[in-house]
Ligand binder design. Structure first.
Ligand SMILES: [Fe+2]
Length: 242
């Protein structure tokens, strides 16, 4: 069945039930006039924040190459483990991006009509570039003497962030335009994050990485423009009457 956003019995808004809305506002007023609980929710959060450890660590280098990486660190005055952490983050996000496009390909294969000029070949091309970016990062991490299978702290956080996008994409009710919006969210993160990673690699005087990452950024800029154009056309299509 072709899915589309249509009007129906959505009763989530307060205006769907004026009597309940009034009762809800009265409760809110009561809460605001009541003495604040002690400790407040903000105080509890602050206590957790003060007590919390960092999200994981970056392991020390174990190979000769890794020791060379540390030598490079001494030369540039920058902490190599920070670059490795951010490369791990990018690898995690590119892996999530590949899975996002895999899910999109499954979705479009079941669709009767693809809006906005979306094509399976176009999606597959982007999917393969996301996967190649993951491999590029794994190779670059290895060349710096680190282990690309390590879940670094920033990789851990990126994986959690990516879960929301994957959850949205894998929801069977999600329409093609809604799925395109999800892809655009990922592409905007991709493009900005590659830019920042290039800046960081430049500070470490990793010229070869800067060149390879710049090629990846160019691909990401293309992805962003393509997905945005698909979404724009798809929205125009679904918004038009008749
Ligand atoms: Fe991308």
């Amino acid at each position: 069945m072709e899915k589309n956003v249509h009007t129906g019995m959505n009763r989530t808004g307060m205006k769907a039930s004026p009597i309940d809305a009034k009762a809800l506002l009265e409760v809110q007023e009561l809460q605001e006039s009541a003495p604040a609980p002690s400790p407040t929710a903000d105080e509890i959060r602050a206590a957790y924040q003060a007590d919390a450890d960092a999200v994981g660590t970056v392991p020390p280098p174990t190979s000769i190459k890794g020791v060379l990486g540390v030598a490079a660190e001494a030369l540039t005055g920058h902490k190599m483990h920070i670059l490795l952490d951010k490369m791990g983050e990018r690898a995690a996000f590119e892996r999530a991006g590949t899975r996002l496009y895999d899910a999109m390909l499954r979705k479009v294969s079941a669709a009767e009509h693809l809006p906005g000029g979306v094509t399976v070949a176009g999606l597959r091309e982007i999917r393969d570039e996301e996967a190649s970016h993951f491999l590029l990062l794994a190779d670059a991490i290895e060349k710096l003497g680190a282990d690309p299978t390590t879940q670094t702290p920033c990789a851990d956080i990126a994986a959690v962030q990516g879960m929301g996008l994957l959850q949205a994409m894998n929801d069977p009710r999600v329409t093609i335009p809604q799925a395109l919006q999800t892809l655009l969210d990922a592409e905007l993160i991709d493009a900005a994050s590659w830019e920042l990673l290039i800046e960081l690699a430049r500070q470490f005087k990793q010229n070869e990485l800067v060149d390879r990452f710049t090629v990846a950024l160019e691909a990401e800029n293309r992805h962003e423009a393509t997905v945005k154009a698909w979404l724009s056309a798809a929205m125009a299509e679904v918004a038009s009457v008749g």
